[in-house]
Design a protein around this ligand. Sequence first.
Ligand code: WT7
Length: 632
Amino acid sequence: MTLQISSLKEYQDTYKRSIEDPEGFWAEQANTFQWRKPFDKVLDWNFDEPNIKWFVDGKLNITENCLDRHIPERGDQVAILWEPNDPDGEVVTYTYKELLAAVNKCANGLKSLGIGKGDRVVFYMPMVPELAIGVLACARIGAIHSVVFAGFSAQALADRVDDAEAKLIICSDYNNRGLKNIKVKQVVEDAMDLGCNSIEHVLVHKNTGGEINWSDDIDKWWHDVVDHQSAECPAEEMDSEDILFILYTSGSTGKPKGVVHTIGGYMVYTCYSFLNVFQYKPGDIYWCTADIGWITGHSYIVYGPLLAGATTMMFEGVPTFPDPGRFWQICEKHKVNQFYTAPTAIRALMAKGEEWPAKYDLSSLRVLGSVGEPINEEAWNWYNEQVGHGKCPIVDTWWQTETGGILISPLPGITDTKPTYASYPLPGVQTVLMDSDGNELEGNNVEGLLCIKAPWPAILRTTYGDHERCRQVYFSTFKGMYFTGDGARRDEEGRIRVIGRVDDVINVSGHRMGTAEVENAINEHPAVVESAVVGYPHKIKGQGIYAYVITQNEDTDDILRKSILDVVVKEIGPIAKPDKIQFVNGLPKTRSGKIMRRILRKIASRDSANLGDTSTLLNPEVVEEVKEGALV
Ligand code: WT7
């Protein structure tokens, strides 16, 4: 089995060894998996192109490692435990044997629709077991999955389908979330009207039932295609560097990019990091509350836990339905041992009062995880005291869609924890802080730009269809380094605290958003002349979205505001809706015409006392106007 570190000394020794002999270290981890053909070389890399290959020429199928490999020892153990939106609804479980059979049936169904190795399949589904099954079925036959979070709009879905030239969309009919009933299939139809020319079929999973439109040529029911299939499906032999999946994420410029992860390295790293960061032990019940539409769900609901032979829970609902005790009620009901959620959820539940966690028996909990954004001290303390009763180490895990897995985190019970600190790099991860001139900041008690010096197995390989963009965004700022886009500090004892993005990316409730992307959406409104979007501190969301908008309309009233929000929802989805829209006559610009976001950020953050020198602006007079009109 994969190495599970169990003491501080072992962490220190392992870390040291992983840096001195990364190839030896990772080969040892990789050799605990099943390979059809062993790899010839552990690592081939340069960060200039970049060109990164792990476990070179190894052949395998990741689903044999997630499923078949576990059958002899734990075939009857629950692999996926599914808790429905409705607290009185029926819990669904799949043992490893049952999951393997379900994945194989689905894989055979996909084949019957003409899907094969290398084809792209887009998922637009709520948190139902069929989403995990479908993703694994793709991996079984070598198809590439691209899961699109089901909160994105038809336009955003069409953009992603088109970029990947996908052949198939898998969706649900409807979705129940809290008290809402969401028309999932309808969004897919709208996306088909906007593009999706490469799509041959839409495979529809009947989730809630109900009337939907149907096109006989294109639409197929999941139950018609999958249910009668054989429960055996030989796994396709894949190369270690074949693509496992594409996942779209926002950057500081342009449209979202398709982050590409490949099979071998992602497999080794997600399993290794899962076992170590959560200290999962056989028999434990592990619950990550993320959605599979984000990287957290890919790596730490599906792949990491299943590779490790864990019982992983999937939750269909929301933290506040039917009441703000739902998370804690579920922890009690299923005797959850490791619980992994986002600071935004903790803050939202903290605001509802400590009586909610106090109602439930949370004594099964051993490890509490946090992910997605910096966790503030107040939320950290509340999580620690009200949920963990001071007995559960908090693992504040820092990572990104691009990193594939957790890179910086305490190891529970092994390394210490400190509020707001992600703390220490995992074995094999060489974090460095740089100043803006490209000098490495040595020693402790320093603050700079967070970079990684050498590849770890789950690093992104490219951005789909645009390798140059990958090079430019991640590997060109500092020569020979992967640049994360985050600023961080290292304390007196070497712990790392990630402060936040230093680029034009904002983090709203743990969702990553490009300010340019939101601006482009706002600019689609016919009355909008120009806009500038910045983030500002928000009590629950971490960051809120603040938009400054110049319009042609005389009446800058709430109707216009509402219609701008509608456009953003249509272009991207509700998660990108600005919290505040301030109508302005001008935006502060440099003499070369660049918007001075620094000033706009300060005004939005109600920190406009010290805006610095504005006299060199092209239009210094607008600063006063913007300041005066600022929304509180
Ligand atoms: C960005 C990546 C990692 C899965 C979910 C988000 C921020 C993430 C932390 C943390 C401080 C964090 C960073 C990073 N971030 N985790 N523990 N502390 N910041 O993945 O959407 O790719 O976003 O989220 O700014 O760059 P993502």
